[in-house]
Ligand binder design. Structure first.
Ligand code: KG4
Ligand code: ZN
Length: 329
């Protein structure tokens, strides 16, 4: 079975072709980071226009690389939400047109379900039930996966997502967008104990997160120093430690509450080395992580999630973009 995956929810244009469950025949990703970083964040209209320029050439390139035509495909899977409206429209409308032109069925995929599948691409031994930590620029949540298609949201952030906190912290420190990789790079030469940032909601007995106060604490700390004398490396290392500890404390709480000792992580922040190390070293559970390149948005995870739904009999009569689509069900 050949599935074409299309991802355009934010600022990455992704196209991938998957054979059967997890064999990646080809994968293309056109990142717009260089275009957006000069503005310090994603500009929605600009992102949509870039998707429009990039998407069809990437689909062509993917078909050529696999030596197939569109008519050979068995399924097209496209992200239908959540995400930026303009970006989603480009992906969904292109997928609808291709589906009609080639007479290939189309399925809409929840972007979060896509992230949930990212660790499964390389992990044949990860079977439900497991817990999935999704930590990206738009979401921070823990989902209980009793089976594919059977999801329960255990808890999420009350305010900023972890990736959003990294991006805002980077902005405060005058670093470029996206902030997570920059903070991680500078943290390598900093002291994680130089500043004792509060670990948000550490002692509550609910699975929930909050990162906006932490970002404000960083702002106040940075303001104590004169321009040019800000200890950026130490601030980055201490901030990264606080985010990692906040995430870890709630993953451990979710493990304790559910008794499920298998945890997967995905989303851009799961590329963070400190978080990967903490998850990998935890004694309370075993962790499955996507390869670093598949933590951020990509089309392989969309193809895999779409195919899995299709095999389970899920059918969507017409696929529409839905920017506010949220919980998995
Ligand atoms: O999953 P993703 O590509 O897009 C969303 O669906 O949001 O995640 C992007 C987010 C950004 O906020 C970025 O700063 C963060 O993931 N990120 C990281 C790292 N790489 C990307 N955060 C911390 N450490 C990283 N290495
Ligand atoms: Zn994402």
């Amino acid at each position: 079975m050949l599935t074409l995956g299309i991802e355009t929810s934010c600022d990455d244009t992704g196209v991938a072709i998957l054979r059967d469950e997890r064999e990646v025949l080809c994968e293309f990703l056109s990142s717009q980071i260089a275009d957006h970083s000069r503005f310090g964040g994603v500009i929605p209209e600009f992102a949509a226009r870039k998707h429009l320029e990039n998407l069809l050439p990437l689909v062509d390139a993917a078909l050529r690389e696999c030596g197939i035509s569109g008519h050979d495909l068995d399924l097209i899977a496209v992200t239908r939400g959540p995400g930026l409206m303009g970006s989603l429209i480009v992906g969904v409308m292109t997928a609808r047109a291709l589906s009609q032109a080639w007479n290939v069925p189309l399925i809409g995929v929840n972007h979060l379900e896509g992230h949930l599948f990212a660790p499964l691409v390389d992990a044949e031994d990860l079977e439900p039930p497991f817990l999935s930590l999704i930590v990206s620029g738009g979401h921070t949540e823990i989902i209980r996966v009793d089976d594919f298609g059977k999801y329960e949201l255990l808890g999420q952030t009350r305010d900023d997502a972890a990736g959003e906190a990294y991006d805002k912290a980077a902005r405060i420190l005058g670093l470029k967008y996206p902030g997570g990789p920059e903070i991680e790079r500078l943290a390598k030469t900093g002291d994680p104990h130089a500043f004792d940032f509060p670990i948000p909601l550490k002692n509550t007995d609910k699975v929930e997160f909050s990162f906006s106060g932490l970002k404000t604490a960083l702002l106040w700390q940075a303001r104590k120093f004169e321009d040019g004398k800000i200890p950026v490396e130490d601030l980055c290392a201490s901030f990264q430690r606080a985010v990692t500890e906040a995430l870890m404390s709630k993953v451990k709480l979710a493990v304790k509450m559910t008794g499920i000792r298998k945890v997967s992580a995905s989303g851009g922040v799961s590329a963070n080395g400190a978080l990967r190390e903490a998850l990998g070293n935890a004694r309370e559970f075993r962790a499955w992580l996507p390869s670093k390149g598949r933590c951020t948005d990509n089309a392989v995870m969309i193809a895999m999630a779409g195919r899995n739904s299709w095999i389970r009999g899920v059918r969507t009569s017409e696929v529409f973009p839905d920017p506010s689509l949220h919980n998995l069900s």
